[in-house]
Design a binder for this molecule. Structure first.
Ligand SMILES: *Cc1c(COP(=O)(O)O)cnc(C)c1O
Length: 342
């Protein structure tokens, strides 16, 4: 039985057409600024996101951490939802690389309020300096929650009024755009820096971008080199990302449809709790009877790969992506049904 892999949208393999684009990419030494494919990707993504400039980097973690390094100084504090990727899944880079500490906010599925920002900003010299607010759209630990644009705008305004810079971790920003019919730039153009991933739902094998003003991105180029992220004939990878940006954005709607179908099917299974109304993009978070690790093992035995997630001790996360068809969703539901019966 071939396992159906719903652990993450990062598990996709490049399509034959993407591989062709990569094989045929025009390349040059990117550290000399001579890789035409990387340049084209950077120009296109900057245009799509309504920001002046972009820089191609190896990973979303590096994109976020370059932003942290650009905005913050030793001893500063970054305000973000307590479940943020930058706090949980970047190997402690915030303190490890930059000497910056987290100011976790209690958001709802990753979304917080302008009042929460105002209340968390330090006004005395005894505490750390509040420097940056970081918003994550869609929110990973929030189960793919979209930041409502109006709320996002209010938080940006409150942050600016308090003297903070604004970063957007938009690893899945295109999912938010496709789910709402709002251009991605509506969110990103409000920020000082935005990070996007090509290797999540867009299906490229690797790569992310950090975006901002021309001045900021010139400095980002220095930090990328410092972190060892500057590469040579990187057009091979940039071509995969460029292909993804040109061909795999609109199709994210299919992943969202598959996630809704999966949630609706799971909601009918005895002992499984899931609110299909909370499925906004390509993630389904469901509570199963028994601890996460047991459920994950039980599902794997049935040929369904899922992941544990932070939201509750019984919650399991299933993520739809480019390599999952509608037929796979029906097969997943049949396998889970069997697993729960067994
Ligand atoms: C995946 C992800 C990243 C970046 O992860 P990498 O694996 O380093 O590319 C950043 N933020 C969020 C919200 C993510 O889901």
């Amino acid at each position: 039985m071939k396992p159906i892999d719903l652990r993450s949208d990062t598990v996709t393999k490049p399509t034959p057409a993407m591989r062709r684009a990569m094989a045929e990419a025009e390349v040059g030494d990117d550290i000399y600024g001579e890789d035409p494919t990387a340049r084209r990707l950077e120009e296109l993504v900057a245009e799509r996101l309504g920001l002046e400039a972009a820089l191609f980097v190896p990973s979303g973690t590096q994109a976020n951490q370059i932003a942290m390094g650009l905005h913050c100084r030793l001893g500063d504090e970054v305000l973000a939802d307590a479940g943020s990727h930058i706090f949980h899944y970047e190997s402690g880079a915030l303190s490890g690389l930059w000497g910056v500490q987290p100011a976790p906010l209690a958001g709802e599925r990753g979304v917080f309020s302008p009042e929460q920002v105002k209340a968390a900003v330090r006004t005395d010299f005894i505490g750390p300096r509040s420097r940056l607010v970081s918003l994550e759209n869609t929110h990973n630990r929030g189960g793919g929650k979209v930041w409502p644009l109006e709320r996002f705008r209010e938080v940006v305004e409150a942050s600016r009024a308090a003297g903070l810079a604004v970063h957007l971790d938009g690893a899945r920003l295109f999912n938010a755009a496709v789910a709402t019919g709002t251009p991605a730039a509506a969110w990103s153009s409000l920020t000082d820096s935005t990070a996007v991933c090509f290797s999540k739902g867009l299906g490229a094998p690797a790569g992310s971008a950090i975006l901002g003003s021309r001045e900021l991105i010139a400095e980002a180029r220095r930090l990328r080199k410092r972190l060892g992220g500057a590469m040579r004939q990187v057009g091979i990878l940039a071509a995969g990302a460029l292909y993804a940006l040109e061909h795999h954005v609109e199709r994210l709607a299919e992943d969202h449809e598959h996630a809704r179908r999966l949630a609706a099917g799971l909601a009918e299974l005895p002992g499984v709790t899931v609110d299909p109304g909370q499925v906004e993009t390509n993630m389904v978070v469901a509570e199963f009877p028994g601890p996460q690790a047991d459920t994950v093992a039980k599902l794997a035995a049935q040929g369904v790969l899922a992941g544990a997630t932070g939201s509750s001790p019984r919650a399991v996360r299933l993520v739809t992506h480019l390599d999952i068809s509608a037929g796979d969703i029906d097969e997943v539901l049949a396998r889970i049904r069997r697993g729960l019966a067994g």
